[in-house]
Every structure is written in C-alpha cells, then in structure tokens.
Design a protein around this ligand. Structure first.
Ligand SMILES: Cc1cc2nc3c(=O)[nH]c(=O)nc-3n(C[C@H](O)[C@H](O)[C@H](O)COP(=O)(O)OP(=O)(O)OC[C@H]3O[C@@H](n4cnc5c(N)ncnc54)[C@H](O)[C@@H]3O)c2cc1C
Length: 503
C-alpha cells in the first residue's frame, strides 16, 4: 500500500486534535481516526461529559494554533465554592478567599501566592520534551536548564522551601500553613483529584504544584473557562485540523498498529481496512497503545514488564444528576451555571474517603467536585475515591450505593436537591476504560506520581513521546506532562515528531 497520509492520529481526544492541528498546520497530510461517534475524547458530548470543566488549555497552544482567543478565553474566571461542614460556602477566586476569618484568608493568600510562584518555575517543563535519562540531547537539557533558572530566580529562601516541600505531602504543608478546613480541603482536592492518593500520601505537594502550574497559566492565578464550554473548545480544535487540510473520521476504531521491519507503517481498523502512513501518533493510553494496538511481539521483555507495571488504577467516578430546578446553596442564593463546587470539608474527609478505596471499597462519604449546567438542567459530579477494581465489581447495586452517598453529601450543601432529581447516570472507572481506551479509566491515562513523571513518564524507557518502534509516538495524557484538558501532551508529541523529520 502506498501512503496517502504523512501521519495518522489514533484518537480524537483534545490531545489528538491538538497534535493533528500542529502537524497539519506544518503542511503534513494527517488523518485522525476516532473510535467513538464524537470528537474531544473525555470532553464528551451533550449526552455525557467525563471532563465537564475544561479550564486548563495552555494559552501558548491556543496562540500557536491561532484559536479564537476571545471565544476561548472570554474573561470569565472560574468561580469556586468550597463547602465546609456547615454554614455558607467559602468563595474562592485564585488566592482570594471570602467567607473565612481574616487571618485564614491572609494565610491562604500568602500560601497561594508562594505556591503559585513555585508552580510557575516547575511549569517551565510542561511544554518541553523531558530529557532522556543518561543520553539527553542539548535541546532537551535546555528545557531543564530553563526550569533550573526559573527556580533560581525564586530567590534562595523560596527555592530552598520548594526543595523542602516538593516531595512531601499536602497534609503537613496545609496543616502548618492554613489549618484543616474547606480551604485546605480545596487545595488537597486539587492535589489528589484523579490520583490514587490521599492528602497524607507522599508527593501530593508536587501534584498540587502540577495542578497550579497547568491551571494557572494566565499569569493571574485564575482558572478560566472557555466561552461556550467544552463544545466550543472541541469545535475550535477540530476546525483547526480541517482548515489546515487534515481529515477526521469518527466511528473508526483502530484495531492494530502496522509495523514494517522495525518501524510503524500505518494502522488497521476494526473493519479490516488498512491505511498506510510512516508516522502514527496514539492518543490512546500507553498500555492500550503498546500492549493491545502494537503488540508485545514488537517490544523487548523488560519494556513490556515496565509497561504492565505502570500504575493506572482509576479512582474517580462520574455521576450526572438531572434536576428539575437550579439548586439553592446552603446559606442562601442559587447555584449558577459553570460554578465549580468542591465538597471536601476537610483534608481528613478526603483521607477517610481514600482509606476505604485503597482497600477496594466505596467511601461512605465521597469527596466531590461538581458543576451545574443550567441549559441541560444537570449536575455533573466527579466522585473520589471510586476504585477501578472495586471489591465485588461495578454492579448496578454498587453504582446505586455510590449515587446515594454522593447525593447525601450534595443535599447537605444544596439543601433539597435530592428531592428534585429526575434521573441519574454513573460512569465508573471501568466504564471509562471500556468507553475511551484509557487504562484503568484513569484521569491521566496513568498515575501522576514521582516515579511516573517527567523523564519517567509514562515509565522508564518510554518517555520523550517516541516509542521503540520508529515512527510511533504517544500523544495523550499518559505522556508528559499528564492529563487534564491542557493540550500539552499532544502539542509536545507533535513537536517531537516534526523534530524527528520522519514525516
Ligand atoms: C471522571 C473524570 C473527570 C474528569 N474531569 C476533568 C475536568 O473537569 N477537567 C479537566 O481538565 N480534566 C478532567 N479529567 C481529565 C481529562 O478528561 C483527561 O485528562 C483528558 O481527557 C485526557 O485527554 P486525551 O486527549 O489525552 O485523552 P482522551 O480524552 O481519553 O481521548 C482519547 C481518545 O482516543 C480514542 N481512542 C482510544 N483508543 C482508540 C482506538 N483504538 N481507535 C480510535 N480511537 C481510540 C478515545 O475514544 C478518545 O476519544 C477528568 C477525567 C476523569 C476520568
């Protein structure tokens, strides 16, 4: 078969679309093949969104792709409401917290500003290919050097502080600085959301800094929602691909990555159709890409062992509740469309929920992130911790139990909401894995932790996006720098492929 395409993208998640847009805008003939009927991966469609709050697309990427900045970043800072055990919620916008005593608000503002500076220093690596262990080239080392310089510019005291806290746990840091409560619960939620870790787990300061770096790229510490929500973002990215001459096919699951000699040669679809291309970028998770689509016969034994051992046990379930009317907030007022609710009254509450899940059980009181879509009259909830390998499996009874406990927690913050529910859906990590090819249904396609970060992401020997079979790249959340709707992994992978000049 003679190649009609320079590159094939497996998957039209937002990272696959970003990678395709980067390549197409450089004149490469690209084809995007998406298994599902809709684009955007976990951004989903109006029926169900796994990721309802896309507030982290990197502005550098939006700029490089010339996306409509006004539409994507109309000045709408995300309004966050964090509920304590009682009383009205604390309202948080960046480092500004209202609804707590002045001393706590000041301590929070100071901590947020300090962590923000440190996160920005570490964030220098987000749009870089991490260096390879032992054989880094000059441009890879330049990325590390830029990060080191930014750390140095923090000043001696703050750099030392960063080195002291970076591998420690959020629990100790937040208890020392602001005490346990709804503000610590909010930051601990950011540190742990999507991972198999509680606030006491080592490395949770690093994951908090990762979130702050990737969620606060706009220089003012605020998370900003695209005007028009997830659909506008997906449309902007897919328009960018097609405007540059790229093709996109939905309902086209890839069954196999084809290999000729020792390099990628194209793909075979589940339908049996074969499509040739010298370069293949996969937006599916690393395990799915390497163990299922490529096949272990193309990999050496040690590489396969590391891939199999990669931690990717999802811990978050998604629940949707259809509700008859906009919910009222405890303490007065109504919940508005697009506000982010965090129901993690203390770090202790999150740790207690994690304790149940680490032994394979559902917590009695899950920690929740929620948002309300007024047009669809729907409350979207991410509930942690919900272990992928739940004891007894994800039966209808297990889903009903999680749904009931989430609703109990919601009803305390949004009084009366439980009585207005007209329908509900639960998507377990196992459902997410089955639906999106994300191993373990994991938020980041693989745990984001110290031994799976930077030059060790997704695992030792598989970083830098390039796989052992020449011409095959990982371009999804499993690759550096990880997940959330940032586009960084797709952007970096396409840049690596262009740099290799293989297409
Ligand atoms: C419960 C939950 C809630 C979340 N909420 C948020 C949130 O509110 N905000 C946020 O920023 N992040 C959130 N995330 C994280 C975010 O969804 C992911 O990190 C992000 O979607 C990863 O993007 P991606 O493009 O790399 O992969 P994905 O979005 O997983 O897309 C991968 C695509 O590849 C396709 N694919 C896989 N295999 C094949 C194949 N063989 N052939 C063809 N196509 C294939 C899939 O169908 C999919 O479309 C959430 C995650 C979870 C699990």
């Amino acid at each position: 078969m003679s190649p009609r395409y320079d590159a094939i993208l497996i998957g039209a998640g937002h990272n696959g679309l970003v990678a395709a847009a980067v390549l197409a805008r450089k004149g490469r003939k690209v084809l995007v093949l998406e298994a599902r009927g809709h684009l955007g991966g976990m951004l989903g469609d109006a029926d169900f969104r796994v990721a309802p709050l896309p507030y982290a697309l990197r502005p550098e990427i939006a700029k490089a792709l010339q996306l409509d900045q006004t539409m994507l970043y109309a000045a709408k800072p995300l309004d966050v409401l964090s509920f304590g055990a009682d009383g009205p919620p604390v309202r948080v916008s960046g480092g500004l917290a209202t609804g707590v005593d002045i001393a706590t608000a000041e301590a929070y503002a100071a901590l947020y500003a300090r962590l923000g500076r440190q996160a920005r220093a570490l964030g220098a690596m987000l749009l870089e290919t991490p260096p390879s262990l032992g054989k880094a080239n000059l441009s890879e080392m330049a990325g590390l050097a830029r990060m080191a310089l930014k750390m140095r510019l923090l000043g001696k005291a703050e750099m030392r502080d960063l080195l002291r806290i970076v591998l420690s746990n959020a629990w100790d840091l937040l208890n020392d600085e602001i005490g346990d409560g709804p503000l610590a619960g909010l930051l601990a939620m950011d540190a742990t959301l999507g991972g198999a870790m509680g606030p006491r787990s080592p490395g949770t300061v690093l994951t908090l800094l990762y979130r702050m770096a990737s969620h606060s790229p706009h220089g003012h510490g605020l998370r900003v929602m695209p005007e028009g929500g997830p659909d506008a973002l997906v449309r902007a990215l897919s328009d960018c691909v097609t405007a540059a001459g790229g093709e996109i096919r939905t309902g086209a699951p890839v069954d196999r990555i084809l290999v000729d000699g020792d390099r990628a040669a194209g793909v075979r679809l589940a339908s049996g159709e074969e499509i040739a291309a010298p370069v293949v970028l996969s937006n599916a998770s690393p395990k799915t890409t390497l163990l299922t689509l490529l096949g272990v016969e193309h990999l050496d034994g040690e590489f396969v062992r590391r891939c199999r051992n990669m931690a990717s046990r999802g811990m978050v379930a998604r629940l949707d509740f259809d509700i008859a009317q906009a919910p009222a907030l405890r303490g007065g007022g109504a919940l508005k469309s697009g506000q982010r609710l965090v129901l993690a009254p203390t770090m202790q509450a999150i740790e207690t929920a994690f304790n149940a899940a680490k032994y394979g059980n559902l917590p009695d009181r899950p920690a929740l992130e929620a948002s309300y879509d007024g047009a669809a009259k729907r409350l979207s909830v991410s509930a942690q911790f919900a272990p992928y390998d739940l004891k007894g499996g994800w039966t209808d009874e297990a889903k009903a139990k999680l749904s009931a406990s989430a609703l109990t927690v919601l009803d305390e913050a949004l009084p009366g909401v439980a009585s207005t529910v007209t329908g509900s859906r639960v998507m377990s990590p196992a459902d997410i894995e089955a639906g999106y090819g994300a191993s373990g249904g994991h938020w980041h396609h693989g745990e984001l932790r110290v031994d799976q970060l930077l030059m060790l992401r997704p695992f030792d020997g598989a970083a830098q996006y390039r796989m052992p079979v020449a011409g095959l790249y990982l371009c999804g959340a499993g690759a550096h720098p990880g997940g959330d709707i940032s586009g960084a992994a797709g952007f970096n992978a396409a840049t690596a492929a262009l740099r290799d000049g293989r297409n």
